[in-house]
Design a protein around this ligand. Structure first.
Ligand code: FES
Length: 192
């Protein structure tokens, strides 16, 4: 029994010495690699030349933003111009609508037409059987002749793409895109 105890005590002491020795040892000398990310980024940034103009988005959010706002304003102006060009008489405010006496020669009727609806629509509403096809100013199916003079003096054409200026000067109109703006006499079913 005494022998076993001595062996146990000896082993214990060896273990203690080992732990102490490891505690005071200097290790392997291995050092973790230094983090050079920031240094690399700064070095690369230093190689990019300074500019006087606004940088696009990710390089200069402020500059890109200003450019975007500029384009936006320009876009708004363009839209405004286009909207002005494409203003349809059909969109006029109710209190600006005017009414005119229009004589349909072939139908033997004279009716009052509003300035915010087409001659074709209003003629049909009055029960007349008028010719048409596309209803978009792109054919001549609805063509008619205003006998009083140049068509543009009596109707406003909106998106008329078929008649020439000369034909309109001779009184021809496309009733599907013609909005009255004066009293007139019209012969439907007349093409140039
Ligand atoms: S119906 Fe085609 S231009 Fe009027």
């Amino acid at each position: 029994m005494a022998v076993i105890s001595l062996v146990g005590v000896g082993a214990g002491m060896v273990l203690v010495l080992l732990v102490v020795a490891l505690h005071y040892s200097k290790g392997t000398g291995w050092e973790p690699t230094a983090d050079i990310t920031q240094e690399v980024l700064e070095r690369r940034a230093a190689t990019v030349a300074e500019t006087d103009f606004p940088e696009p988005m990710n390089r200069s959010i402020g500059g890109g933003g200003v450019a975007a706002v500029g384009a936006g304003e320009e876009g708004a102006e363009l839209e405004g111009e286009e909207a002005e060009e494409e203003q349809s008489p059909a969109d006029m405010p109710e209190d600006e609508v005017e009414y005119f006496e229009v004589e349909f020669v072939k139908q033997g009727e004279t009716i009052e037409l509003a300035s915010n609806e087409t001659v074709l629509d209003q003629g049909e509403d009055a029960g007349m059987d008028l010719p048409y096809a596309c209803r978009q100013g792109q054919c001549v199916s609805c063509s008619a002749k205003i006998t009083d003079g140049p068509a543009d003096e009596y109707v406003t054409h909106f998106k008329q793409e078929t008649l020439s200026d000369e034909e309109m000067d001779n009184g021809y109109t496309l009733t599907c895109v013609a909005y009255p703006k004066a009293d007139f006499t019209i012969e439907t079913g007349e093409a140039p």
